[in-house]
Unconditional design. Structure first.
Lengths: 261, 224
Protein backbone atom coordinates (compact mmCIF):
# COMPACT_ATOMS: atom_id res chain seq x y z
CA UNK A 1 0.00 0.00 0.00
CA UNK A 2 1.40 3.41 -0.89
CA UNK A 3 1.34 6.29 1.52
CA UNK A 4 -1.49 7.92 -0.47
CA UNK A 5 -3.60 4.78 -0.45
CA UNK A 6 -2.99 4.38 3.20
CA UNK A 7 -4.01 7.92 3.95
CA UNK A 8 -7.07 7.44 1.84
CA UNK A 9 -7.98 4.23 3.66
CA UNK A 10 -7.88 5.97 6.96
CA UNK A 11 -10.39 8.69 6.22
CA UNK A 12 -11.82 8.77 9.71
CA UNK A 13 -13.21 5.23 9.85
CA UNK A 14 -12.89 4.26 13.53
CA UNK A 15 -11.58 0.72 13.82
CA UNK A 16 -11.29 0.88 17.57
CA UNK A 17 -13.08 3.13 19.99
CA UNK A 18 -12.61 2.86 23.73
CA UNK A 19 -14.94 4.92 25.90
CA UNK A 20 -14.91 5.65 29.60
CA UNK A 21 -12.52 2.86 30.54
CA UNK A 22 -12.10 2.61 34.30
CA UNK A 23 -9.99 0.14 36.21
CA UNK A 24 -9.01 -0.17 39.86
CA UNK A 25 -6.51 -2.47 41.48
CA UNK A 26 -7.15 -3.09 45.19
CA UNK A 27 -9.22 0.06 45.55
CA UNK A 28 -6.78 2.33 43.71
CA UNK A 29 -8.14 3.55 40.42
CA UNK A 30 -5.46 3.44 37.73
CA UNK A 31 -7.66 4.35 34.77
CA UNK A 32 -10.08 7.21 35.32
CA UNK A 33 -12.39 6.91 32.37
CA UNK A 34 -10.14 6.83 29.32
CA UNK A 35 -11.42 7.56 25.80
CA UNK A 36 -9.33 6.61 22.83
CA UNK A 37 -10.00 5.84 19.21
CA UNK A 38 -7.93 4.47 16.38
CA UNK A 39 -8.97 4.81 12.75
CA UNK A 40 -8.59 2.03 10.23
CA UNK A 41 -5.00 1.90 8.99
CA UNK A 42 -3.84 4.34 11.62
CA UNK A 43 -0.83 3.82 13.87
CA UNK A 44 -1.34 5.35 17.31
CA UNK A 45 1.44 5.46 19.89
CA UNK A 46 0.58 5.73 23.56
CA UNK A 47 3.32 7.51 25.45
CA UNK A 48 3.58 8.45 29.07
CA UNK A 49 5.58 7.87 32.23
CA UNK A 50 5.64 4.51 33.98
CA UNK A 51 2.50 3.85 35.98
CA UNK A 52 0.34 6.08 33.83
CA UNK A 53 -1.95 3.19 32.92
CA UNK A 54 -0.87 2.66 29.30
CA UNK A 55 -0.37 -1.07 29.58
CA UNK A 56 -3.49 -1.54 31.69
CA UNK A 57 -5.54 0.25 29.05
CA UNK A 58 -4.22 -2.07 26.35
CA UNK A 59 -4.85 -5.12 28.50
CA UNK A 60 -8.39 -3.99 29.26
CA UNK A 61 -9.04 -3.56 25.54
CA UNK A 62 -8.26 -7.25 25.01
CA UNK A 63 -9.90 -8.47 28.25
CA UNK A 64 -6.60 -9.52 29.79
CA UNK A 65 -7.71 -7.28 32.62
CA UNK A 66 -11.35 -6.89 33.44
CA UNK A 67 -12.23 -3.19 33.28
CA UNK A 68 -14.65 -1.87 35.91
CA UNK A 69 -16.47 0.19 33.34
CA UNK A 70 -16.23 1.27 29.74
CA UNK A 71 -17.09 0.16 26.25
CA UNK A 72 -15.12 -1.16 23.33
CA UNK A 73 -16.18 -0.69 19.74
CA UNK A 74 -14.35 -2.83 17.25
CA UNK A 75 -15.23 -2.04 13.63
CA UNK A 76 -18.52 -0.62 14.85
CA UNK A 77 -19.41 -3.59 17.04
CA UNK A 78 -19.97 -2.58 20.62
CA UNK A 79 -18.94 -4.54 23.71
CA UNK A 80 -19.24 -3.67 27.37
CA UNK A 81 -15.79 -4.15 28.87
CA UNK A 82 -17.11 -4.83 32.36
CA UNK A 83 -19.67 -7.50 31.50
CA UNK A 84 -18.43 -9.28 28.37
CA UNK A 85 -18.91 -13.04 28.49
CA UNK A 86 -16.00 -15.41 27.74
CA UNK A 87 -17.42 -16.45 24.37
CA UNK A 88 -17.70 -12.82 23.27
CA UNK A 89 -14.17 -12.15 24.54
CA UNK A 90 -12.79 -15.01 22.45
CA UNK A 91 -14.67 -13.62 19.48
CA UNK A 92 -13.15 -10.15 19.91
CA UNK A 93 -9.69 -11.60 20.49
CA UNK A 94 -9.89 -13.63 17.31
CA UNK A 95 -10.19 -10.34 15.47
CA UNK A 96 -7.28 -8.63 17.22
CA UNK A 97 -3.59 -9.32 17.70
CA UNK A 98 -1.50 -8.71 20.80
CA UNK A 99 2.28 -8.43 21.08
CA UNK A 100 3.61 -8.67 24.61
CA UNK A 101 6.63 -7.07 26.22
CA UNK A 102 7.87 -10.56 27.19
CA UNK A 103 7.05 -12.17 23.78
CA UNK A 104 5.14 -15.05 25.47
CA UNK A 105 5.85 -17.53 22.71
CA UNK A 106 4.54 -21.06 23.28
CA UNK A 107 7.67 -22.87 24.43
CA UNK A 108 6.51 -26.30 23.36
CA UNK A 109 5.93 -25.17 19.79
CA UNK A 110 8.41 -24.38 17.05
CA UNK A 111 8.46 -20.97 15.44
CA UNK A 112 6.12 -22.27 12.75
CA UNK A 113 3.93 -23.96 15.37
CA UNK A 114 3.63 -20.72 17.31
CA UNK A 115 2.26 -18.90 14.30
CA UNK A 116 -0.02 -21.79 13.25
CA UNK A 117 -1.47 -22.52 16.68
CA UNK A 118 -4.20 -19.88 16.71
CA UNK A 119 -5.10 -20.50 13.08
CA UNK A 120 -5.51 -24.23 13.53
CA UNK A 121 -6.96 -24.34 17.04
CA UNK A 122 -9.07 -21.23 17.31
CA UNK A 123 -9.94 -20.69 13.66
CA UNK A 124 -10.10 -24.34 12.54
CA UNK A 125 -7.98 -23.59 9.49
CA UNK A 126 -6.64 -26.72 7.76
CA UNK A 127 -3.04 -27.36 8.80
CA UNK A 128 -1.57 -27.00 5.30
CA UNK A 129 -3.28 -23.68 4.71
CA UNK A 130 -2.24 -22.45 8.16
CA UNK A 131 1.38 -23.36 7.49
CA UNK A 132 1.35 -21.58 4.18
CA UNK A 133 0.00 -18.46 5.85
CA UNK A 134 2.49 -18.82 8.73
CA UNK A 135 5.43 -19.07 6.33
CA UNK A 136 4.23 -15.93 4.56
CA UNK A 137 4.01 -14.01 7.85
CA UNK A 138 7.39 -15.29 9.01
CA UNK A 139 8.94 -14.15 5.72
CA UNK A 140 7.57 -10.68 6.36
CA UNK A 141 9.43 -10.46 9.67
CA UNK A 142 12.51 -12.23 8.30
CA UNK A 143 12.15 -15.32 10.47
CA UNK A 144 11.07 -17.99 7.99
CA UNK A 145 14.55 -19.52 7.89
CA UNK A 146 14.23 -20.32 11.59
CA UNK A 147 10.76 -21.84 11.34
CA UNK A 148 11.86 -25.17 12.90
CA UNK A 149 13.59 -23.58 15.89
CA UNK A 150 12.13 -23.54 19.39
CA UNK A 151 11.70 -20.21 21.18
CA UNK A 152 14.53 -20.82 23.65
CA UNK A 153 16.94 -21.18 20.74
CA UNK A 154 16.21 -17.62 19.60
CA UNK A 155 17.36 -14.21 20.74
CA UNK A 156 14.84 -11.83 22.29
CA UNK A 157 14.59 -9.82 19.10
CA UNK A 158 13.95 -12.94 17.04
CA UNK A 159 11.32 -14.14 19.51
CA UNK A 160 9.55 -10.81 19.32
CA UNK A 161 9.56 -10.91 15.51
CA UNK A 162 7.95 -14.36 15.70
CA UNK A 163 5.41 -12.93 18.14
CA UNK A 164 4.63 -10.20 15.61
CA UNK A 165 4.19 -12.83 12.89
CA UNK A 166 1.88 -14.73 15.23
CA UNK A 167 -0.19 -11.61 15.85
CA UNK A 168 -0.53 -10.76 12.17
CA UNK A 169 -1.22 -14.35 11.03
CA UNK A 170 -4.82 -14.19 12.11
CA UNK A 171 -5.39 -11.20 9.84
CA UNK A 172 -6.53 -9.02 12.74
CA UNK A 173 -8.40 -5.75 12.47
CA UNK A 174 -5.96 -4.17 14.90
CA UNK A 175 -2.74 -5.22 16.61
CA UNK A 176 -1.94 -4.06 20.14
CA UNK A 177 1.73 -3.74 21.06
CA UNK A 178 2.60 -3.60 24.74
CA UNK A 179 6.08 -2.12 25.03
CA UNK A 180 7.37 -4.57 22.44
CA UNK A 181 11.01 -3.54 22.71
CA UNK A 182 11.31 -2.81 26.43
CA UNK A 183 12.64 -6.26 27.33
CA UNK A 184 15.23 -6.24 24.56
CA UNK A 185 18.90 -5.39 24.59
CA UNK A 186 19.33 -2.07 22.80
CA UNK A 187 21.07 -3.66 19.82
CA UNK A 188 18.07 -5.92 19.24
CA UNK A 189 15.35 -3.29 19.23
CA UNK A 190 16.13 -2.23 15.66
CA UNK A 191 15.01 -5.48 14.03
CA UNK A 192 11.73 -5.46 15.96
CA UNK A 193 11.00 -1.84 15.15
CA UNK A 194 11.78 -2.54 11.50
CA UNK A 195 9.21 -5.35 11.48
CA UNK A 196 6.65 -3.02 13.05
CA UNK A 197 7.46 -0.28 10.58
CA UNK A 198 6.92 -2.74 7.74
CA UNK A 199 3.56 -3.71 9.21
CA UNK A 200 2.56 -0.06 9.48
CA UNK A 201 3.52 0.55 5.88
CA UNK A 202 1.34 -2.38 4.88
CA UNK A 203 -1.59 -0.51 6.35
CA UNK A 204 -2.12 -2.45 9.56
CA UNK A 205 -4.08 -0.64 12.27
CA UNK A 206 -1.82 -0.50 15.30
CA UNK A 207 -2.05 0.71 18.88
CA UNK A 208 1.42 0.81 20.36
CA UNK A 209 2.46 1.42 23.95
CA UNK A 210 6.10 2.36 23.66
CA UNK A 211 9.07 4.17 25.07
CA UNK A 212 10.70 4.36 21.64
CA UNK A 213 10.42 8.05 20.84
CA UNK A 214 11.96 7.63 17.40
CA UNK A 215 9.38 5.02 16.48
CA UNK A 216 6.52 7.17 17.74
CA UNK A 217 7.82 10.19 15.85
CA UNK A 218 8.63 8.45 12.58
CA UNK A 219 6.04 5.70 12.30
CA UNK A 220 3.01 6.70 14.36
CA UNK A 221 0.36 8.91 12.83
CA UNK A 222 -0.85 10.12 16.16
CA UNK A 223 0.44 10.22 19.71
CA UNK A 224 -1.71 9.82 22.80
CA UNK A 225 -0.01 11.02 25.96
CA UNK A 226 -1.21 9.46 29.20
CA UNK A 227 -0.47 10.40 32.76
CA UNK A 228 -2.03 9.21 36.02
CA UNK A 229 -4.65 7.11 34.30
CA UNK A 230 -5.89 9.86 31.99
CA UNK A 231 -5.30 10.92 28.43
CA UNK A 232 -3.62 14.30 28.83
CA UNK A 233 -2.97 15.19 25.22
CA UNK A 234 -3.34 13.72 21.82
CA UNK A 235 -1.85 15.14 18.68
CA UNK A 236 -0.53 14.17 15.27
CA UNK A 237 2.88 12.62 15.88
CA UNK A 238 4.93 15.36 14.23
CA UNK A 239 3.10 18.12 16.04
CA UNK A 240 3.43 16.28 19.36
CA UNK A 241 7.19 16.20 19.07
CA UNK A 242 7.83 19.47 17.26
CA UNK A 243 5.40 21.66 19.17
CA UNK A 244 4.87 20.03 22.57
CA UNK A 245 1.55 21.20 23.97
CA UNK A 246 2.84 22.10 27.42
CA UNK A 247 5.80 22.04 29.80
CA UNK A 248 4.88 18.66 31.21
CA UNK A 249 5.24 17.04 27.80
CA UNK A 250 8.40 19.00 27.08
CA UNK A 251 9.84 17.64 30.34
CA UNK A 252 8.75 14.11 29.47
CA UNK A 253 10.31 14.31 26.04
CA UNK A 254 13.57 15.64 27.48
CA UNK A 255 13.70 12.74 29.93
CA UNK A 256 12.76 10.18 27.28
CA UNK A 257 15.30 11.52 24.82
CA UNK A 258 12.63 12.39 22.28
CA UNK A 259 13.98 15.84 21.63
CA UNK A 260 17.01 17.86 22.43
CA UNK A 261 15.03 21.04 22.87
CA UNK B 1 24.24 -71.40 51.41
CA UNK B 2 22.77 -74.81 52.05
CA UNK B 3 21.13 -76.82 49.33
CA UNK B 4 17.89 -76.66 51.28
CA UNK B 5 17.87 -72.85 51.21
CA UNK B 6 18.67 -72.79 47.50
CA UNK B 7 15.82 -75.19 46.93
CA UNK B 8 13.45 -73.00 48.93
CA UNK B 9 14.54 -69.89 47.01
CA UNK B 10 14.10 -71.58 43.64
CA UNK B 11 10.79 -72.99 44.69
CA UNK B 12 9.50 -69.74 46.14
CA UNK B 13 10.54 -67.49 43.29
CA UNK B 14 7.47 -68.05 41.13
CA UNK B 15 5.27 -68.25 44.23
CA UNK B 16 6.32 -64.68 45.04
CA UNK B 17 6.53 -63.41 41.49
CA UNK B 18 3.02 -64.51 40.53
CA UNK B 19 1.28 -62.44 43.25
CA UNK B 20 3.62 -59.69 42.11
CA UNK B 21 2.13 -59.87 38.63
CA UNK B 22 -1.44 -60.49 39.72
CA UNK B 23 -1.61 -58.18 42.74
CA UNK B 24 1.34 -55.82 43.21
CA UNK B 25 1.50 -54.58 39.62
CA UNK B 26 -2.27 -54.24 39.03
CA UNK B 27 -2.63 -52.57 42.42
CA UNK B 28 0.10 -50.08 41.57
CA UNK B 29 -0.98 -49.43 37.99
CA UNK B 30 -4.71 -49.07 38.63
CA UNK B 31 -4.10 -46.90 41.70
CA UNK B 32 -1.62 -44.74 39.84
CA UNK B 33 -3.95 -44.11 36.90
CA UNK B 34 -6.75 -43.15 39.31
CA UNK B 35 -4.27 -41.06 41.31
CA UNK B 36 -3.30 -39.12 38.18
CA UNK B 37 -6.93 -38.37 37.42
CA UNK B 38 -7.56 -37.23 40.99
CA UNK B 39 -4.32 -35.25 41.07
CA UNK B 40 -5.00 -33.47 37.79
CA UNK B 41 -8.48 -32.46 38.92
CA UNK B 42 -7.24 -31.34 42.35
CA UNK B 43 -4.35 -29.42 40.81
CA UNK B 44 -6.52 -27.71 38.18
CA UNK B 45 -9.08 -26.63 40.76
CA UNK B 46 -6.30 -24.86 42.64
CA UNK B 47 -4.63 -23.52 39.50
CA UNK B 48 -7.88 -21.88 38.40
CA UNK B 49 -8.72 -20.97 42.02
CA UNK B 50 -12.27 -22.28 41.91
CA UNK B 51 -13.89 -21.02 45.11
CA UNK B 52 -14.89 -23.69 47.68
CA UNK B 53 -13.34 -26.47 45.60
CA UNK B 54 -9.89 -24.95 46.18
CA UNK B 55 -10.45 -25.12 49.95
CA UNK B 56 -11.72 -28.68 49.63
CA UNK B 57 -8.65 -29.60 47.60
CA UNK B 58 -6.32 -28.10 50.22
CA UNK B 59 -8.21 -29.98 52.95
CA UNK B 60 -7.87 -33.28 51.08
CA UNK B 61 -4.15 -32.82 50.54
CA UNK B 62 -3.69 -31.79 54.18
CA UNK B 63 -5.47 -34.86 55.57
CA UNK B 64 -3.91 -37.39 53.24
CA UNK B 65 -0.34 -36.09 53.49
CA UNK B 66 -0.62 -35.65 57.23
CA UNK B 67 -1.58 -39.21 58.15
CA UNK B 68 0.30 -42.49 57.67
CA UNK B 69 -0.61 -44.64 54.71
CA UNK B 70 -0.97 -47.67 56.97
CA UNK B 71 -3.45 -45.81 59.17
CA UNK B 72 -5.45 -44.90 56.05
CA UNK B 73 -5.54 -48.55 55.01
CA UNK B 74 -6.74 -49.58 58.47
CA UNK B 75 -9.41 -46.88 58.57
CA UNK B 76 -10.86 -47.94 55.23
CA UNK B 77 -10.59 -51.69 55.69
CA UNK B 78 -11.18 -52.16 59.40
CA UNK B 79 -12.91 -48.89 60.28
CA UNK B 80 -15.52 -48.32 57.59
CA UNK B 81 -17.40 -51.55 58.36
CA UNK B 82 -18.54 -49.75 61.53
CA UNK B 83 -20.54 -47.51 59.20
CA UNK B 84 -21.83 -50.50 57.30
CA UNK B 85 -19.33 -49.99 54.47
CA UNK B 86 -17.63 -53.35 53.96
CA UNK B 87 -15.11 -53.47 51.14
CA UNK B 88 -12.97 -56.33 49.92
CA UNK B 89 -9.24 -56.00 50.58
CA UNK B 90 -8.26 -55.30 46.98
CA UNK B 91 -10.74 -52.46 46.33
CA UNK B 92 -9.93 -51.02 49.76
CA UNK B 93 -6.28 -50.93 48.82
CA UNK B 94 -7.04 -49.35 45.43
CA UNK B 95 -9.08 -46.59 47.08
CA UNK B 96 -6.44 -45.80 49.68
CA UNK B 97 -3.47 -45.94 47.31
CA UNK B 98 -5.12 -43.78 44.67
CA UNK B 99 -6.24 -41.17 47.20
CA UNK B 100 -2.83 -41.19 48.87
CA UNK B 101 -0.73 -40.96 45.73
CA UNK B 102 -3.30 -38.55 44.29
CA UNK B 103 -2.59 -36.05 47.07
CA UNK B 104 1.16 -36.09 46.52
CA UNK B 105 0.84 -36.06 42.74
CA UNK B 106 -1.62 -33.15 42.98
CA UNK B 107 1.08 -31.03 44.58
CA UNK B 108 3.57 -32.10 41.92
CA UNK B 109 1.18 -31.23 39.11
CA UNK B 110 0.07 -27.96 40.70
CA UNK B 111 3.68 -26.88 41.03
CA UNK B 112 4.37 -27.84 37.43
CA UNK B 113 1.33 -25.94 36.17
CA UNK B 114 2.30 -22.84 38.11
CA UNK B 115 5.82 -23.17 36.74
CA UNK B 116 4.58 -22.58 33.19
CA UNK B 117 4.86 -18.82 32.64
CA UNK B 118 1.38 -17.28 32.79
CA UNK B 119 2.13 -15.15 29.74
CA UNK B 120 1.65 -18.17 27.51
CA UNK B 121 -1.91 -18.53 28.76
CA UNK B 122 -2.53 -14.87 27.88
CA UNK B 123 -0.88 -15.33 24.50
CA UNK B 124 -3.18 -18.27 23.86
CA UNK B 125 -6.21 -16.16 24.73
CA UNK B 126 -4.96 -13.44 22.41
CA UNK B 127 -4.86 -15.74 19.39
CA UNK B 128 -8.47 -16.64 20.18
CA UNK B 129 -7.99 -19.93 22.02
CA UNK B 130 -10.26 -20.95 24.89
CA UNK B 131 -8.96 -21.73 28.37
CA UNK B 132 -9.34 -25.46 27.77
CA UNK B 133 -7.55 -25.27 24.42
CA UNK B 134 -4.59 -23.40 25.90
CA UNK B 135 -4.43 -25.78 28.86
CA UNK B 136 -4.57 -28.89 26.71
CA UNK B 137 -2.23 -27.79 23.94
CA UNK B 138 0.20 -25.40 25.60
CA UNK B 139 0.25 -25.45 29.39
CA UNK B 140 -0.35 -29.12 30.23
CA UNK B 141 2.29 -30.55 27.88
CA UNK B 142 4.90 -28.26 29.42
CA UNK B 143 3.72 -29.03 32.94
CA UNK B 144 3.86 -32.75 32.16
CA UNK B 145 7.46 -32.38 31.13
CA UNK B 146 8.29 -30.71 34.45
CA UNK B 147 6.23 -33.10 36.53
CA UNK B 148 7.33 -36.28 34.81
CA UNK B 149 10.42 -37.15 36.93
CA UNK B 150 8.57 -36.47 40.19
CA UNK B 151 5.55 -38.46 39.04
CA UNK B 152 7.86 -41.34 38.12
CA UNK B 153 9.18 -41.19 41.68
CA UNK B 154 5.66 -41.44 42.98
CA UNK B 155 4.92 -44.48 40.85
CA UNK B 156 8.07 -46.23 42.08
CA UNK B 157 7.17 -45.37 45.69
CA UNK B 158 3.69 -46.69 45.10
CA UNK B 159 4.94 -50.04 43.81
CA UNK B 160 6.86 -50.52 47.05
CA UNK B 161 4.08 -49.12 49.23
CA UNK B 162 1.69 -51.77 47.93
CA UNK B 163 3.52 -54.10 50.32
CA UNK B 164 1.56 -52.37 53.10
CA UNK B 165 -1.58 -53.92 51.63
CA UNK B 166 -0.40 -57.18 53.20
CA UNK B 167 -1.69 -55.67 56.45
CA UNK B 168 -5.24 -55.69 55.13
CA UNK B 169 -4.97 -59.26 53.80
CA UNK B 170 -4.27 -58.48 50.15
CA UNK B 171 -2.27 -61.42 48.85
CA UNK B 172 0.56 -59.49 47.21
CA UNK B 173 4.28 -60.23 47.12
CA UNK B 174 5.13 -59.48 50.73
CA UNK B 175 2.27 -61.54 52.09
CA UNK B 176 3.17 -64.43 49.78
CA UNK B 177 6.72 -64.22 51.16
CA UNK B 178 5.51 -64.08 54.77
CA UNK B 179 3.50 -67.24 54.20
CA UNK B 180 6.54 -69.09 52.87
CA UNK B 181 8.69 -67.77 55.75
CA UNK B 182 6.17 -69.02 58.29
CA UNK B 183 6.43 -72.49 56.76
CA UNK B 184 10.19 -72.64 56.25
CA UNK B 185 11.62 -70.26 58.92
CA UNK B 186 14.14 -68.95 56.35
CA UNK B 187 13.46 -65.25 56.92
CA UNK B 188 16.67 -63.67 55.63
CA UNK B 189 16.97 -65.38 52.22
CA UNK B 190 13.26 -65.06 51.47
CA UNK B 191 12.95 -61.40 52.46
CA UNK B 192 16.07 -60.66 50.45
CA UNK B 193 14.52 -62.51 47.56
CA UNK B 194 11.33 -60.46 47.63
CA UNK B 195 13.47 -57.34 48.00
CA UNK B 196 15.29 -58.27 44.81
CA UNK B 197 11.99 -58.73 42.97
CA UNK B 198 10.85 -55.26 44.09
CA UNK B 199 14.20 -53.97 42.87
CA UNK B 200 13.61 -55.61 39.50
CA UNK B 201 10.22 -53.93 39.20
CA UNK B 202 11.69 -50.56 40.16
CA UNK B 203 14.53 -51.01 37.69
CA UNK B 204 12.08 -51.61 34.87
CA UNK B 205 10.16 -48.48 35.90
CA UNK B 206 13.35 -46.44 36.07
CA UNK B 207 14.17 -47.59 32.56
CA UNK B 208 10.64 -46.68 31.42
CA UNK B 209 11.09 -43.25 32.99
CA UNK B 210 14.14 -42.73 30.82
CA UNK B 211 12.20 -43.80 27.72
CA UNK B 212 9.36 -41.44 28.66
CA UNK B 213 11.70 -38.52 29.19
CA UNK B 214 13.35 -39.09 25.84
CA UNK B 215 9.95 -39.30 24.19
CA UNK B 216 8.87 -36.00 25.73
CA UNK B 217 12.17 -34.43 24.76
CA UNK B 218 11.77 -35.58 21.17
CA UNK B 219 8.47 -33.72 21.11
CA UNK B 220 10.30 -30.50 21.78
CA UNK B 221 9.28 -30.21 25.39
CA UNK B 222 12.67 -30.57 26.96
CA UNK B 223 13.95 -27.27 25.75
CA UNK B 224 13.36 -24.35 28.04
Amino acid sequence: MTMEQRNEAKQGVPMLRLKGVRKSFDGTEVLHGVDLSVDAGEVVAILGPSGSGKTTLLRCANFLERADAGTLELAGERHDLATTRPREMADVRRRTGFVFQGYNLFRNRTVLGNVCEGLVTARKMPRAQAEERAHACLRRVGMDDRCDAYPVQLSGGQQQRVAIARAMATDPEIIYFDEPTSALDPELTGEVLAAMRQLAEDGMTMLVVTHEMAFARDVADRVVFMEDGRVVTEAPAREFFERPANDRIRAFLRMAGGTTA
Amino acid sequence: MSERVLGILADSFTKILIPGLTATIPLAVISFVLALIIATAVALVQYVRVPVLTQLARFYVWIVRGTPLLVQLYVVFYGLPDFGIVLDPFPSAIIVFSLNTGAYAAETIRGALEGVPAGQLEAGYCVGMSFLQVMRRIVMPQALRTAFPALSNELISLVKDTSLAANITVLEMLMATQQIVSRTYEALPLYLEVGVIYLLFSTVLTWLQGVGERWLAARGMERG
